[in-house]
Design a protein around this ligand. Structure first.
Ligand SMILES: Nc1ncnc2c1ncn2[C@@H]1O[C@H](COP(=O)(O)OP(=O)(O)OP(=O)(O)O)[C@@H](O)[C@H]1O
Ligand SMILES: [Mg+2]
Length: 295
């Protein structure tokens, strides 16, 4: 569904995303984890067309979409939520959502001036879509509440609903449980599962490892490594089990709870103007651990 091939994004001398190659699978919850500053949001910005890659390719449903703008990616069916949720604070929740479906409508200025039938139909479609999305995320009762008055967890759900109104096939969720309490986190996790069950492909960035372990079908680990990992990282395939695991694999395992990880890509480079080495460990865990599956 979504393939990244040697994707790199540099900000001056800083390689925020370096040579990442990975495939995200259709209809699955694909998690991306890593420490602060690892480049998770930058990766989403590249996929979503906010940033243009410095090098590398992005393929979406077999089509090369590298260099497309954010609005073009949204048209293609890529929607996202952001680490911090920005809404029109003084507008109602429903009005915040009505704008989402506008990218699927065709009426323009002339229709507005003439008050055309097409405009009326499409306005109704946008409103219906907004109501359906709000219902889906469990906030139908908040339709007419002012957005500035709702809780953080409700804001996160509204952001999900806004993404859903664009009719996406791929949904990028950047820390959807950031700033919400454990009980609410469980509710958000349930909603993510429901979105996936409805046929959406999910890419999920989250620091809450319990949530990741309960939800993720596959996990991509992005990590800044140390200099001495470089040689190990270049081995083509990790061995699994016991002491034979390499330092990078051990780090990934302790982050994810998996006993062994198959690495599909692990590279490192020195960025041009800093001495920091950025190692990217892009690991697909072949199966989720038993505890994740049983919960
Ligand atoms: N627009 C930008 N200009 C310059 N540097 C940037 C820009 N955006 C991100 N960076 C840098 O790229 C690196 C990766 O940032 P990014 O926000 O992608 O990390 P992250 O993994 O999402 O971190 P967090 O978990 O804290 O959200 C950081 O060093 C950051 O300072
Ligand atoms: Mg981030």
């Amino acid at each position: 569904m979504l393939e990244l091939e040697s994707l790199t994004k540099k900000f001056g001398g800083l390689a925020a995303v370096q040579d990442v190659s990975v495939t995200f699978e259709k209809g699955k919850i694909n998690a991306i984890i890593g420490p602060n500053g690892a480049g998770k949001t930058t990766l989403f910005n590249l996929i979503g067309g906010v940033f243009q890659p410095t090098s590398g390719r992005i393929r979406f449903n077999g089509e090369d979409v590298s260099g497309r703008r954010a609005d073009q990616m949204a048209q293609l069916g890529v929607a996202r939520t952001f680490q911090s949720t920005n809404l029109f604070e003084r507008a109602t929740v429903l009005d915040n959502l009505i704008v989402g479906h506008r990218l699927r409508t065709r009426s323009g200025l002339i229709d507005a001036l003439l008050g055309s039938g097409r405009l009326k139909e499409e306005e109704k479609a946008c409103r219906d879509k907004a109501r359906a999305a709000l219902d889906f995320v469990g906030l139908a009762h908040l339709a007419h509440r002012v957005a500035g008055d709702i809780s953080q967890e409700e804001r996160k759900r509204v952001a999900f609903a806004l993404a859903l109104t664009t009719d996406p096939s791929l949904l990028l969720l950047d820390e959807p449980a950031g700033g919400v309490n454990p009980e609410e986190t469980a509710g958000i996790a349930e909603l993510i599962r429901k979105m996936c069950a409805s046929g959406l492909t999910i890419c999920l960035v989250e620091h809450k490892m319990n949530m990741i372990m309960n939800l993720a079908d596959k996990i991509l680990v992005l990590n800044y490594g140390e200099k001495n990992r470089r040689r190990d990282a270049r081995r083509s395939r990790f061995q699994s089990g016991g002491d034979r695991r390499l330092p990078g694999e051990r780090a990934c395992c302790s982050l994810t709870g998996y006993r062994s990880i198959t690495a599909v890509s692990a590279r490192s480079t020195r960025s041009a103007s800093t001495s920091r080495r950025a190692n990217w460990w892009c690991c697909w865990a072949p199966t989720a651990p038993a505890k994740a599956r049983s919960s």
